[in-house]
Design a protein around this ligand. Structure first.
Ligand SMILES: Cc1ncc(COP(=O)(O)O)c(C=O)c1O
Length: 396
């Protein structure tokens, strides 16, 4: 018996597999410092947990509508209007099992065999695989570190074709932490005008912003609203990764199709987690402040340390909790007599010899880089950075 052909198009998530490998080493008693986690190290705020406990105690434990409870869909619409100045009706919103399912279902509902999705590199590892699982073809637009990883509108124009069904944006970005400026978003909007494709905006890191104000492309280009799909969720902003609570808003024809996919797969996201999400979205607007300040301090510490290492160069990210240092200065040199050849091999050396879990840039479309998450304590960060310094100093 063999697995289905569709599996041959995709690869295991390198972040999940590296995290699992690091966790297995820790379980064996090995002192690994993990820079791999894509999740906040803060706990879910108590008032959110309490809302779930109350829901459980009140017996709110049954199936809900697949699209989510009305109360939550209304709270999501109110959030969009209050915080993002975007207007959606509750019947344009679908509550999903994490933002991941929202993106997956978008492609499942949208793509036919060979349809194209434009993805800006560096990109979140799961986008190309999700496109391929739906029979689609990812088309990549390269960006440059010196441009803050913002795409050249001309390059987007070249990537668009009659088969393009969507362009996906992710700002703040995983893995670069880059935030697209108003001018960059205007350039992107200009490039997609006149082209019949959707614009998917994955805003999952919107609250983790170290300067300026969060902008969705719909804010700078209201004419794109009829084809805008916004993806978001509770994981990163509210430290709720394990709750699996995401949502999407977009044109009703699309969200209805997505709901059909969800009807026949997972049905609704967990009932009591939906009640917790209502509490989170209606909660105090300033709960993010201490978390963002802590991340900012860690970011500065990590960027300074990286820039003082031989062969390493790191731009300071404007958002999210990742840095994407350029380590290509170490390539071609030798470690213990073996040439350092690329980010995947470097990550293996770092884990095996220096007990650091750092994700290689290659699967994010960022060869020449590694991705380090600073969603871990300052003490762990210091220890890991010292080990990384030992590695860079031992490369000749
Ligand atoms: C860019 C991006 N989008 C979406 C997700 C999915 O988040 P979740 O499914 O936990 O809501 C992640 C998680 O790492 C991410 O980095």
């Amino acid at each position: 018996m063999k697995l289905a052909n569709r599996l041959s198009a995709i690869k295991p998530s390198p972040t999940l597999s590296l995290s699992a490998k690091a966790k297995a080493l820790v379980a064996q008693g090995v002192d690994v410092v993990s820079f791999a986690a894509g999740e906040p190290d803060f706990d879910t705020p108590d008032f959110i947990k309490q809302a779930a406990i109350d829901a459980l105690k009140q017996g709110f434990t049954k199936y809900t509508p697949t699209s989510g409870i009305q109360e939550l869909r209304e709270a999501i619409c109110a959030k969009f209007e209050r915080e993002n100045h975007l207007k959606f009706a509750p019947d344009q919103v679908l509550v999903t099992v994490g933002a991941k399912q929202a993106i997956y279902n978008t492609f499942q509902a949208l793509l036919n065999e060979g349809d194209e999705v434009v993805i800006i590199a560096p990109y979140w590892v799961s986008y190309p695989d999700m496109v391929q699982l739906a029979g689609g073809k990812p088309v990549f637009v390269e960006t440059r570190e010196e441009d803050g990883f913002a795409p050249d509108p001309e390059a987007i124009r070249r990537a668009l074709s009659p088969r393009t069904k969507a362009l996906i944006l992710n700002s703040p970005s995983n893995p670069s932490g880059a935030v697209f400026s108003r001018a960059a978003l205007e350039g992107i909007a200009q490039a997609v005008r006149g082209h019949d494709c959707l614009v998917l905006s994955d805003d999952i890191y919107e609250k983790l912003l170290y300067q300026g104000e969060f902008l969705n492309i719909g804010n700078v280009a209201p004419d794109l609203l009829p084809r805008l799909v916004v993806i978001n969720g509770m994981s990163k902003a509210f430290s709720m990764t394990g709750w699996r609570m995401g949502y999407v808003a977009g044109p009703k024809w699309l969200t209805s199709g997505m709901q059909m996919i969800q009807d026949q797969s997972t049905s609704n996201a967990a009932s009591f987690a939906q009640k917790a999400a209502v509490a989170a979205l209606k909660g105090p607007p300033d709960i993010f402040v201490p978390m963002v300040e802590e991340y900012r301090a860690r970011r500065d510490m990590v960027v300074d340390a990286l820039n003082s290492m031989e062969g390493v160069r790191c731009r300071s990210p404007e958002g999210a909790f990742y840095v994407l240092p350029n380590v290509s200065g170490l390539f071609g040199r030798s470690y213990k007599g073996t040439p350092v050849t690329g980010s995947i091999q470097m990550s293996e050396i770092l884990l095996n010899d220096f007990r650091i879990a750092a994700v290689p840039g290659a699967p994010f479309g960022a060869e020449g880089h590694i991705r380090l998450s600073f969603a871990t304590s300052r003490e762990q960060l210091r220890k890991g950075l010292e080990r990384l310094r030992e590695f860079t100093a031992s490369v000749r």
